[in-house]
Design a protein around this ligand. Structure first.
Ligand code: ZN
Ligand code: FE
Length: 755
């Protein structure tokens, strides 16, 4: 017999501040439950009466269905004393953090459709109010000071609610009941426009908006305050504005991101798949790298140069919607000098503009709502039918990542120094910081330390275990030593952590081949590693089994940037001795061991091949030469056959790149086409991975899973080819989908390996 019982259902996860309770209430009614739902300190608790069958279908539905932005970690239920509920209701939040629970903190949520519609409705009291928000949208993480998430604990505490807003805040049923960010033209933050360097209030509201958009339309550059920091905006069609913008940002060479009014508008310039559309519209409103269409040539060449991709996004906040409707699409690039954190302070932004005068004029669209923490735009691309995150920041942080490891103690993992990102873990979940830049830069190190303190206190973390990279000179490791105050810091090898980050993310078990390719990481033997293949097992003792042949390369930061000198080092060891100055200098340096390192770096090999083919001789930004090489390869219709020489002694497998370098030189002298050689090189790297995996499985057939990680796998051609080859051979292949494949993801691997 179907007997009604009363159940207490506990839903653990990121379920706050995103309209989860109304969602649960609606579904509960559909599934025939009567009772109530409450927020209880980061948990959602449903107490309801229903049959066992109804309960089971309800909970399994909740496991797989949730509003965008939710992360469900666990759903459990127990039977409690019978209550004869008559209907289903949403109850007041009670904040009582249960002992041992890690609280969940919402990320910033883009403006919802209802608020956007109200903003466009001339009869609404928030018509064209660019800071409209409700209980399920608006800034969250970027304005929070502490828990609970109440207005008095956020940057909104500066604004006293007017009578009308107070009424909406308290009245039952409305979309702004308990909306902590509620505000309006009478009581909330207002839009201001000032010309660069101009002090005071500037033009307020509509007149400020008109001045700002007027300047944009005339080809000016306007700093626009977003949720996680300032953007610099200008028209992508205006060559003068685009080149002035590059000059302002210290002649930065990276492609600029472009904001479009909506996905249909993007489609005019780029190819957009269903999955890409879904990600563009996801709550992170990330920059998505999309393949250009012919029509994109209407934009100035300076926007994204020779790249076949555009970093495209759609509006996140109400002001951006208004800007897009008035003068979109617009370049929206983070406001900072190259290598520095994104600017969040109005005063600093205005001063910065003043020091960088531009002929077409510049100004600032600001508001009084404080940003507590800089958050860049997140960056995602779709590759091999899956998502790959390059930069995990606004809208993604601080969402938890499930960890397939039973962390009983809380752990702090310091990550690496480049593309720095640390994490806290506990309770089987990891919380990663946002992308923090290269902490070799002083500003980024300060940001790292500040974020450590902020995240620690927001969540109330008390780490008992500490992990850091094995590199003896990493600042992140030094910071970890300071934080640990004498507790041992577990030092872990860089590439093992890359591999482990994929294993952790996908909850893999058993025998796994771990492939980690990147530019640089400190190896067990004190040399620089960068093309490592491990045999990974549940004992977490990853054995290095294959890599490129260790070669003598030029060390230091300049070595990593200068592809031409790197090429000379490879050529010299391949027996090709050039007679130009650079070649001679490098040969002498190698001979006398001046500033040399022994390295198996895959990144440097890409640099050298890029220089060898005349594609890029110097990395003006990290990864430029490999990116340009990939772009060149995309033009090829018939890859030139190239391969690594494989040395297999039945124990280690070594790929020797020197004959390959030699073959490229020879092929070029015989007139082989550059793009075909570039493609041939990509294929050779993929073949090396596939062949090594085949040989390892032949030795032990339990190794039928492969994980791919490290910055080199940001390369789409390489990643897709490796996945294709291995899957065709019956391997299960995994790569990073929720954390970056580059060094921004290693903190997750560190946590996994030290549990
Ligand atoms: Zn108000
Ligand atoms: Fe790395």
């Amino acid at each position: 017999m179907n007997k009604n019982k009363t159940w207490k259902i506990t839903i653990k996860g990121m379920v706050q501040g995103i309209g989860y309770r109304p969602f649960v209430a609606e579904k509960a009614v559909q599934f025939g439950l009567r009772g109530r739902v409450i927020n209880a300190g980061g948990l959602v608790v449903v107490t309801a009466t229903a049959t066992e069958e109804a309960l089971a279908s309800f909970t399994s539905f909740l496991q797989d269905n949730y509003p965008d932005g939710c992360v469900i970690i666990d759903i459990s239920h127990v039977e409690v004393k019978y209550v004869d509920f008559q209907f289903f209701s949403i109850e007041e939040s009670v904040y009582e953090l249960q002992k041992g629970w890690i609280p969940q903190i919402p990320p910033d949520i883009p403006v919802c459709d209802r608020c956007a519609a109200e903003m466009r409705d001339s009869s609404n009291r928030r018509y064209r109010y660019p800071f409209i928000s409700c209980a399920s949208c608006g800034p969250r993480y970027s304005i929070m000071d502490k828990l609970p998430y109440d207005r008095c604990n956020t940057a909104m505490d500066d604004f006293l609610m007017c009578e009308s807003c107070k009424k909406e805040y308290t009245q039952k049923g409305g979309i702004r009941r308990h909306a902590q960010t509620i505000s309006c033209k009478d009581c909330g933050p207002q839009l201001h426009f000032n010309n660069a360097g101009e002090k005071g209030e500037g033009r307020i509201g509509e007149s400020g908006f008109d001045e700002g958009t007027g300047l944009l339309k005339r080809g000016g550059i306007v700093a626009v305050k977003d949720i996680g920091g300032y953007h610099l905006a200008c028209l992508p069609w205006n060559a003068d504005a685009v080149s002035e913008l590059r000059r302002m940002k210290d002649r930065e060479k990276k492609p600029f991101a472009v904001m479009f009014p909506n996905v249909d508008e993007i489609r005019k310039y780029c190819q957009v798949s269903d999955m890409e559309e879904k990600i563009l519209k996801s709550i992170a409103r990330p920059i998505v790298l999309l393949k250009k269409k012919e029509q994109a040539s209407a934009m100035d060449q300076g926007v994204c140069g020779n790249s076949p991709y555009i970093g495209a996004m759609i509006p996140c906040n109400p002001l951006q919607i208004m800007l897009m409707e008035e003068c979109g699409p617009l370049i929206m690039t983070s406001a900072n000098s190259s290598g520095m954190p994104i600017i969040i302070s109005d005063e600093e932004m205005n001063d910065w503009l003043k020091t960088k005068p531009v002929s077409c004029g510049s100004g600032i669209l600001w508001n009084e709502r404080d940003i507590r923490i800089p958050l860049d735009d997140s960056v995602i691309k779709i590759v091999a039918g899956r998502q790959q995150v390059f930069r995990r920041a606004r809208g993604m942080v601080p969402l938890p990542i499930k960890l397939n490891a039973n962390a009983t103690e809380q752990i702090f993992a310091a990550g690496g120094d480049l593309k720095a990102c640390f994490c806290f873990a506990g309770d089987g979940v990891a919380y990663l910081s946002q992308y923090l830049g290269d902490i070799e830069e002083e500003g980024a190190e300060r940001l790292y330390r500040y974020n450590y303190r902020r995240i620690k206190s927001l969540f109330g973390f008390k780490p008992e275990k500490f992990a850091a990279d094995a590199h003896p000179l990493y600042r992140s490791a030094k910071i970890a030593e300071q934080i640990a105050e004498g507790t041992e810091v577990i030092r872990l090898q860089h590439h093992r952590c890359h591999a482990a980050s994929v294993i952790a993310e996908h909850g893999l078990e058993g025998s796994i081949i771990g492939v980690a390719f990147d530019g640089t990481g400190y190896g067990d033997d004190g040399t620089i590693w960068g093309s490592e293949i491990f045999l990974c097992g549940d004992d977490k003792d990853y054995k290095r089994i294959a890599h490129l042949k260790p070669l003598k390369l030029i060390g230091g930061n300049e070595g990593a940037r200068n592809c031409q000198t790197m090429l000379c080092a490879y050529m010299d060891q391949a027996g090709i001795h050039g007679d130009d100055e650079t070649a001679k200098t490098v040969a002498a340096a190698l001979k006398n061991d001046i500033n040399t390192v022994t390295s198996t770096s895959m990144g440097r090999l890409f640099d050298a091949v890029s220089a060898l083919l005349g594609v890029c001789r110097y990395n003006d930004y990290e990864g430029e030469a490999p990116i340009e090489l990939e772009n060149e390869a995309m033009k090829s219709e018939e890859p030139y056959p190239l391969n690594f020489e494989i040395e297999d002694d039945g124990e280690s497998i070594i790929g020797n790149p020197l004959p390959l370098i030699y073959n490229i030189v020879e092929a070029r002298s015989k007139g082989a086409v550059v793009c075909d050689l570039a493609m041939g090189f990509h294929m050779a790297v993929a073949d090396f991975v596939a062949e090594t995996c085949r040989r390892l499985r032949k030795r032990d057939d339990s190794f039928d899973q492969v994980v791919l990680s490290g910055g080199t796998f940001q390369n789409r051609i390489l990643l897709e080819r490796v996945v294709e080859l291995l899957e065709a051979d019956g391997f299960s292949v995994y790569f990073n989908e929720s954390v970056p494949p580059g060094d921004g993801g290693i903190c997750l691997g560190q946590v996994y390996l030290c549990v």
